[in-house]
Design a binder for this molecule. Structure first.
Ligand code: CU
Length: 137
């Protein structure tokens, strides 16, 4: 009574092939974080506002690029700020990943003067450090 036509056999074979592919995919390791895999080679930092004022939030827009000038997402980025005219410890901030190699950190420098910002970026199995100067009014 049940008769399998040649079309059905072809469909069965296709279904088996699809199942095989599906099980292969299931066995593959989970994809890593959406990192380019390359270490950051260049760090740029843009403060907003560009002329920060003491005791007010400053947004630090940080961009990481690899040796080919492509953005490096998925890195761990920290900022450490020290007031260069005095020794009273540092302000620390973790930057959040905004995607495509862009990161955002917030700081509130509590005194006017020159601050040294050190960005530490860990990604692609390497650590890149870059220093910047921030003038606070
Ligand atoms: Cu100070």
């Amino acid at each position: 009574m049940t008769r399998v036509s040649s079309t059905d056999w072809r469909l069965l074979a296709l279904a088996r092939a699809l199942l095989a592919v599906a099980s292969l995919a299931a066995c593959a390791p989970a994809p890593a974080a959406p990192a380019s895999g390359k270490p950051p080679a260049a760090v740029t930092l843009t403060p907003e506002p560009t002329a920060p004022v003491a005791d007010q939030d400053v947004t630090l827009k940080i961009r990481l690029a690899d040796a080919d000038a492509k953005g490096v997402p998925g890195a761990k980025v920290k900022v450490s700020a020290t007031h260069t005219e005095m020794a009273h410890g540092s302000l620390e901030a973790d930057a959040s990943d905004a995607g495509s190699g862009d990161y955002v950190a917030k700081l509130k420098p509590n005194m006017a003067g020159t601050w040294k910002l050190t960005v530490t970026a860990q990604g692609g199995g390497a650590t890149k450090r870059a220093d910047f100067e921030l003038q606070v009014r």
